[in-house]
Design a protein around this ligand. Structure first.
Ligand code: ATP
Ligand code: MG
Length: 249
C-alpha cells in the first residue's frame, strides 16, 4: 500500500479539518444544495492537484467526468491567476488546462464506462511528468436519479451504483489518487427520514464514500463545510469563501 497523499483545498481551516487536505486512495463526497459550491471546489482541486508538494499539490493531472456540462475552462483560468497572485509565481492557465482531461457522460451506463476509460488514460500517463492524481465525478447521481424513477427500479439502480462506486475506489487505490464526487440533497423532506439535508444515493454511496462533506451557503460568498463522516477525523466545520480568484479562507 502506497503512502496516502493529501491535496490542499487552499483554505487553512478546511485543510485542518481534513487533517491536512483531501486524501488519496479514498472517495470524498461533496453534497449540498444548488449553488453551495460543489462544482467550484471541484474546479479548485483540479488546479491545486497540479501544484508541487511545497504548495499543497500532488504534481498530478486530473480527469473530470462531467455529467451536467458544468466544467468551465474560464473558471480554471481565473483560479490559476488567483494562485499566481497568492504565491507570487507565474503560472500559465493553458498549461493547467492541458492537464485537465474532461469527459462528458451522457447517461449512467456511459458514466460507469468512463471510469474504465479513465483507468486506461491514467495508465498511459502513469510514467509521465504529471500522473493522474485526482478523479472527479460531477455530479455522481444526476443521471442515476433521472433514469431510475419509482420504487421498483431502486434495487437495479443501487446495484449499478455499487459497481460504479467500487470502480471509483479501485481507481483511487491503483493510482494513489483522490476521488471526489459531488452529490445533491433531497429536494423535499424524505417521507421516512424527514431530513431535507440527506444526500441522494442511499446506503451505497453512504457506505462507499470515505469522507462526506456537507456544503451550505452562508452570508455573501461564504460557505460552510461540515465534515459529516470520516474514518479517522472528528466531525467539524470550516468556513470558506468562493471568490473570483478561487476558494479562499
Ligand atoms: P449545483 O447543485 O447546482 O451543481 P453547486 O454546489 O455545484 O450547485 P457551484 O456551481 O459550485 O454550485 O456554485 C455556484 C456559485 O459559486 C455561484 O452562485 C457563485 O456564488 C459562485 N461562483 C461561481 N463562479 C464564480 C466566480 N467566477 N467568481 C465568484 N464566485 C463564483
Ligand atoms: Mg454543480
Amino acid at each position: 500500500r502506497k503512502m496516502v497523499g493529501k491535496l490542499t483545498t487552499g483554505c487553512t481551516e478546511f485543510d485542518e479539518m481534513m487533517g491536512g487536505g483531501i486524501e488519496t486512495q479514498a472517495i470524498t463526497e461533496l453534497y449540498g444544495e444548488f449553488g453551495s459550491g460543489k462544482t467550484q471546489l471541484a474546479h479548485q482541486l483540479a488546479v491545486n492537484v497540479q501544484m508541487d508538494r511545497e504548495h499543497g499539490g500532488l504534481n498530478g493531472s486530473v480527469i473530470i467526468i462531467d455529467t451536467e456540462n458544468t466544467f468551465r475552462p474560464e473558471r480554471i483560468a481565473q483560479m490559476v491567476k488567483g494562485l499566481s497572485e497568492k504565491y507570487g509565481m507565474e503560472l500559465d492557465p493553458e498549461e493547467f488546462l492541458q492537464n485537465i482531461h474532461v469527459a462528458r457522460a451522457y447517461n449512467s451506463n456511459h458514466q460507469i464506462l468512463l471510469v474504465e476509460s479513465a483507468t486506461d488514460l491514467a495508465n498511459e500517463l502513469r510514467d509521465m511528468g504529471k500522473p493522474v492524481r485526482l478523479l472527479i465525478v460531477d455530479s455522481l447521481m444526476a443521471h442515476f436519479r433521472a433514469e431510475y424513477v419509482g420504487r421498483g427500479t431502486l434495487a437495479d439502480r443501487q446495484q449499478k451504483l455499487n459497481k460504479h462506486m467500487h470502480g471509483l475506489l479501485r481507481f483511487g487505490d491503483l493510482f494513489n489518487a483522490c476521488v471526489v464526487v459531488t452529490n445533491q440533497v433531497m429536494a423535499k423532506p424524505d417521507a421516512f427520514f424527514g431530513d431535507p439535508t440527506r444526500p441522494v444515493g442511499g446506503h451505497v454511496v453512504g457506505h462507499t464514500a470515505t469522507f462526506r462533506l456537507y456544503l451550505r451557503k452562508s452570508k455573501g460568498d461564504k460557505r460552510i463545510i461540515r465534515l459529516v463522516d470520516s474514518p479517522n477525523l472528528p466531525e467539524g466545520e470550516a468556513v470558506i469563501a468562493v471568490t473570483t480568484a478561487g476558494l479562499t479562507d
